[in-house]
Design a protein around this ligand. Structure first.
Ligand code: BES
Ligand code: MN
Ligand code: MN
Length: 462
């Protein structure tokens, strides 16, 4: 009883620290968001590097040991506070890189000039993942300021290449294997179930990403002089794309579903009982339900694979008409994978299929871009229970366990290289427009994430 009372006093002190420093925290958050740390674009590599420096400064100022670790790509920020030898150790993971802001003309304010609109911070990276990372940093700051110590040992890994495939992260994890040793991993890079309902995500899809290049004649041709007598690479590309899935969204690549883990009846039952507002979810983006027959929307997103063309180009797309028969056509195609599919297995099957269906009137080549393994996490550990308690303390109800359709490839690496399970407790909202124009993170979500941060480490210490 006494300790519960003391716990409440500590929590009040921590919450009021967050409250009374909120103006400064927001200013610093804006500074973080102003750095255009677009990892995929080489023109921004200096910005990405500066963004890592910004984080190093943050960790220094709160009294964590920190280093900026150079990689063959963008730097990794690694920080730690290990002053509680009799307590567990948690590895916190996040990313400081962001998606490109394109298409720029669809933003209502510049993507790297954060502003507050309707109670939300609008900027690229606000929700994915700078806002969530920063809320945790401010929770660390509050704990260190009030108690001068953390309730638990913390290792922090914040990478700068998540949005571009994390290709240098596995080598880092392998070379830091011993330093990264922990009891569990915590990540805030997903969404809440809804504004009032916290969730813990226990399943993420993997990713296999490709570019298809189709080459026809050696140069662009007059479509009158040649049309009808030589094949057109854009038409050929469309023919190929059209054979990738049927009108129900069933993927036609032979063997594609071979290693898909079937949902158990219990899990289907659980998913069907989630208070999911499907009309609102689809209506918000003016979309109709679509997909494999016999599966619900939540199953299609969380537990079934998908294939999407992400971009397609070639020929003339400017104003007016140009009668041209193009020399080349391209498409980017991504596939979301579920356990136990692997990007390597899918790459072989995709390539084989394209080889069999490609017409010999054009040349077709496939480039394999980045990929990531799908993951499903343990739900029964005491650390999951501790995270649930922290969420319940904030929301007045326990979290729902959900699967999400996005990918965080490092989750599988933590499991395979370090043998660690990952808890995904995120504070975004489904309508945060991540990867889209006008990305936002609501101030309430930021506040909740920070208040979760101060609680979860205390709960895990028990
Ligand atoms: N935070 C997202 C992943 C995510 C999105 C999880 C939505 C749950 C719901 C992450 O930053 C992301 O965008 N990942 C990429 C991975 C890719 C670039 C390897 C993705 O899912 O496309
Ligand atoms: Mn993210
Ligand atoms: Mn992302």
């Amino acid at each position: 009883m006494l300790s519960r009372l003391m716990g409440e006093i500590t929590m009040n002190a921590l919450d009021s620290y967050l409250e009374s420093n909120s103006k400064r925290h927001l200013d610093e958050f804006f500074d973080f968001l102003r750095i255009p740390s677009i990892s995929t674009d080489p023109a921004h590599s200096e910005d990405v590097d500066n963004c890592a420096d910004f984080l190093v400064q943050q960790f220094k100022s709160i009294g964590f040991q920190v280093e900026k670790v150079a990689t063959d790509g963008h730097p990794i920020v690694y920080a730690e506070w290990l002053g509680a030898p009799d307590k567990p150790t948690v590895l916190y993971y996040g990313h400081y890189d962001v998606q490109p802001p394109d298409p720029l003309e669809l933003w209502d304010s510049p993507p790297f000039e954060p502003t507050i609109r309707d109670g939300a911070v609008v900027a690229r990276g606000a929700s994915d993942d700078k806002g969530q990372v920063f809320a945790h940093i401010k929770a660390f700051e509050a704990l260190m300021a009030i108690d001068n110590r953390m309730p638990i040992n913390i290792k922090v890994l914040i990478e700068g290449e998540e949005e571009s495939g994390s290709s240098n992260l596995d080598p880092f994890i392998k070379s830091y294997r011993d330093r990264l040793n922990a009891d569990v991993v915590l990540v805030s890079d997903t969404a809440m179930f809804d504004r009032e309902t916290p969730s813990i995500c226990y399943g993420l899809r993997g990713l296999a990403y490709f570019q298809i290049n189709v080459t026809g004649p050696s140069r662009d041709l007059h479509s009158g002089s040649f049309g009808g007598a030589v094949d057109n690479p854009i038409n050929a590309l469309c023919y190929l794309i059209n054979r990738l899935k049927d009108r129900d969204g069933v993927i036609q690549i032979p063997g594609f579903y071979d290693s898909v883990l079937k949902l158990s009846d219990t899990e289907r039952q659980e998913l069907s009982q989630l208070p999911f507002d499907e009309p609102a979810f689809l209506g918000e983006v003016n979309a109709k339900a679509f997909g494999e027959r016999g599966f619900s929307t939540l199953e299609r997103i969380g537990a079934r694979p998908a294939l999407d063309v992400n971009g397609i180009w070639g020929g003339y797309t400017g104003e007016g008409a140009k009668t041209v028969l193009p020399s080349k056509a391209h498409a980017k195609v991504s596939m979301r994978l579920v356990p136990n599919q692997s990007p390597a297995e899918i790459a072989v099957k995709f390539q084989d299929y394209l080889n069999t269906i490609s017409p010999d009137s054009v040349q077709v080549s496939v480039e394999s871009m980045h990929g990531g393994e799908p993951s499903v996490s343990d739900r029964s550990s005491p650390f999951v229970a501790a995270s649930s308690r922290a969420l319940e303390a904030l929301f007045g109800k326990p979290p729902l366990f959900v699967r999400e359709g996005g990918s965080i490839p490092v989750v599988s690496s933590f499991n395979q290289i370090l043998g660690l399970d990952t808890i995904l407790a995120g504070f975004g909202l489904a309508n945060d427009r991540i990867h889209s124009p006008n990305e936002k993170f609501e101030l309430d979500c930021f506040r909740t994430a920070a208040r979760f941060g101060v609680r979860v480490w205390h709960e895990m210490a028990q």
